[in-house]
Design a protein around this ligand. Sequence first.
Ligand SMILES: Nc1ncnc2c1ncn2[C@@H]1O[C@H](COP(=O)(O)OP(=O)(O)O)[C@@H](O)[C@H]1O
Ligand SMILES: [Mg+2]
Length: 363
Amino acid sequence: MRFIETFCFGFRNIKPCRLTWRQGLNILAGANGAGKTNILESLNILSGWGAFGGAKMTQLLSWNDDNFLDSNKPRSAALSCSANGEHDARVEVKIASRATLRLNGDAAGYSDIRASLPSLSFLPSDVNLLDGSPQARRLFLDKVCALLSPLYARRLAEYRRLIRQRTSMLRNTFSTGQNLSLRASAVPLIQLGSWIREVRAQVLGHIHLNMEEGRAEARPCLSLSLDYRGYPDMERGFYDTKERERHARAVLVGPHRDDIVFTCVDGVNKGHFAGEALSRGQKRRAVIMIILAAGRLIEKKLRAAPILLLDDVCAELDETAKRETIDTLSSTGWQTFVTSASFQAQRGELMWLVKDGSVEPYF
Ligand SMILES: Nc1ncnc2c1ncn2[C@@H]1O[C@H](COP(=O)(O)OP(=O)(O)O)[C@@H](O)[C@H]1O
Ligand SMILES: [Mg+2]
């Protein structure tokens, strides 16, 4: 899929604009604070993923609105796009205190839009995929699983609700009745949690296979193994951690505590954790390989080319590595948006110059 045209009004610092995007690579260049990430965020919302970092809808409304200082006057922003590729799609988002979404003229939810316009984003914080907190890794895997299966997104939301419920039970003092309900609450958690783990492990296996397939494109080749780690048997885990769980007042076993381990498979770093052994530049390239592998998986399973939204993906790469990354991204044929504070475009590459919230094509 690809965005053909987007319209943006009243969104962050972006001046009202209608932009016609290029089919393949779109490089957004401009100084810090110009609005590059804001443009990507608008595309992230239009593809059903919401604001970056879970920002509140009211934070997205432009401060430059004449009504900003008058809290009695309503403020709003609007985003819309037309997209095509495997099918046509039209998305409209109205943002006020909350977002109202429409897909092809009908009221829609985020998951409907994600299924219609699959996109994957990479934010500067995602460089931590290899060496950051397990939460970043779970989030990435959950995003891919949710794109591949709307049922996964629903079941994950239900699982999180049950975890919150059990955590609040653990925080209360115990009576016999509460003990019984605590025991009962483990049953659906174990069922849902085991299912979520199974899907995650399968998807991770597929990402790994696609990484191996695509390895020739990533120079110099990095080979990583991807392993899903968690307490092997959830039922047993609940039993084993019963006392510690009460003490910690937190659920200690389940997909919300699991992790993915990336290990180097060859070269001087063989057998070492990628997060510890690779340089920052290598980690960045490894993360790009993982994103591309996830993209290939999405393309195969959903039969729709994903859209990539990559924020500052080339930071910390030397000029050669930058060029190789851009060429690799270009060779996928997917519509890809890359932001960069400094970039030397080559002939035929379209850059967009972002300046004080305005976006202009720049050749
Ligand atoms: N709600 C808002 N209204 C107006 N300007 C905003 C809003 N939110 C953020 N900004 C401005 O957007 C700019 C940051 O844009 P960003 O896209 O992150 O820049 P960069 O080009 O470095 O990626 C900041 O200067 C900030 O002041
Ligand atoms: Mg930025």
